[in-house]
Design a protein around this ligand. Structure first.
Ligand code: GTQ
Ligand code: FE2
Length: 361
């Protein structure tokens, strides 16, 4: 008997199958075999798409919110999230990362609170705001990365007569997906309006290679501020060494520093990796795919960014999202400094980290 002679399902068989699927539905059960392609794809198939937000769009809208919307208890922060168009209207830049522009007018204050979500601020321009982290006043200035690890009380206050805007990065979608969110309001009064030039945590922890003996180490960084002066010097030195013929740079013309916990050399936050990239003028990075999603903000310079089939021309302040396993390449004519944050620590911790670099085409 050949296979063409195998009798097909009878009407009776069909009716039994349909009854079984109806019974699955009624019992809240789902068979794997009808959806395996969507559940277990051969490579990640993110809903998030390559997306671009221009600073020239974000900043005027944040200024408008500054005119129309007060900051205070309840809303907590005047932060406006970047919503990836692939994520169905959710206020998420990627499935794991929140990215927002936050704005404080002259003399404004954002009240104290703490939460299990980890946070950082990155300042593309301006100064005048202080963030008190556990009562320790930390100045926010151009090029600085400021941390608020999970469950640290924090409040922000603008001591100047000028407004200030910056970006926030948090693991809000990850923590939401894990149902791990806890949130507490802090005191109504600011912990302090003091504005010391150097925060207590920097006085303890901001000395390269020197660990304060007796100070408690923590999984997230005990250092809350990474100053542009240091970041810039590290990148400058890497590229100078490369130019002098010494090894140690990631790829030709591409220097990267990672913001780390000085007590462990691990990532500065438990769930978010932060890095600053510098591309020498005329550099193009090798096209790379990485499991895990990320967001970039141009700090200085211009570039053309290719993410899968998309291509964006970007300049200072512009942000773009890179979905998991999207092919990324960055090309700059005049040179580029770009801040990058990702969910890489989560992928590392769970054994999910993968990366693939192709030869430049
Ligand atoms: O500054 O404390 O963009 O709690 C989102 C949640 C900022 C903050 C955000 C927050 C904050
Ligand atoms: Fe917060």
């Amino acid at each position: 008997m050949t296979s063409t002679d195998v009798p097909g399902p009878t009407a009776e068989d069909q009716a039994e199958l349909e009854a079984m699927y109806d019974a699955f539905d009624a019992a809240h059960m789902k068979p794997l075999w009808t959806q395996i392609g969507g559940l277990m794809p051969t490579v990640p198939r993110p809903d998030a798409v390559p997306a671009l937000w221009r600073w020239s769009t974000l900043l005027p809208l944040a200024e408008r919110a500054g005119e129309l919307v007060p900051v205070g208890r309840g809303g907590e922060r005047r932060a406006i999230a970047l919503a990836n168009p692939g994520l169905g209207g959710a206020p998420y830049a990627t499935p794991t990362l929140w990215a927002a522009i936050q704005y404080l007018g002259p003399r404004e204050e954002a009240p104290a609170h703490r939460h299990t979500q980890s946070a950082f601020r990155f300042v593309v321009d301006g100064d005048g705001v202080w963030t008190n982290v556990e009562g320790d006043p930390v100045a926010m200035r151009r090029g600085d990365l400021l941390l608020t690890p999970g469950m640290h009380f924090h409040e922000h206050h603008n001591t100047s007569d000028r407004p200030m805007a910056w970006i926030d990065g948090l693991d809000i979608p990850l923590v939401r997906g894990l149902d791990a969110g806890f949130f507490e309001e802090g005191p109504e009064q600011l912990a302090t309006r003091r504005t010391p030039p150097v925060s207590r945590n920097e006085r303890l922890w901001a000395h390269p290679g020197l660990t304060p003996v007796g100070a408690p180490g923590t999984p997230a960084s005990p250092l809350m501020a990474y100053r542009w002066k240091h970041t810039d010097a590290a990148l400058t030195a890497q590229l100078e060494l490369e130019a002098a013929g010494y090894p140690g740079v990631l790829e030709p013309g591409h220097a990267v520093v990672r913001y780390t916990n000085p007590a462990t050399a691990g990532d500065c936050l438990n769930t978010i990796r932060c890095e600053m990239h510098r591309l020498r003028s005329g550099t193009r990075t090798a096209p790379t795919r990485t499991a895990g999603s990320s967001v970039w903000q141009v700090f200085d310079g211009t570039a053309t960014v290719s993410i899968d089939a998309e291509s964006f021309d970007v300049g200072t302040g512009d942000l773009f999202a890179v979905p998991s396993w999207a092919r990324l390449s960055i090309e700059t004519g005049g040179g580029l400094d770009a801040f990058h944050f990702s969910d890489a620590p989560v992928f590392d911790a769970l054994g999910l980290a993968r990366t693939h670099t192709k030869d430049p085409a």
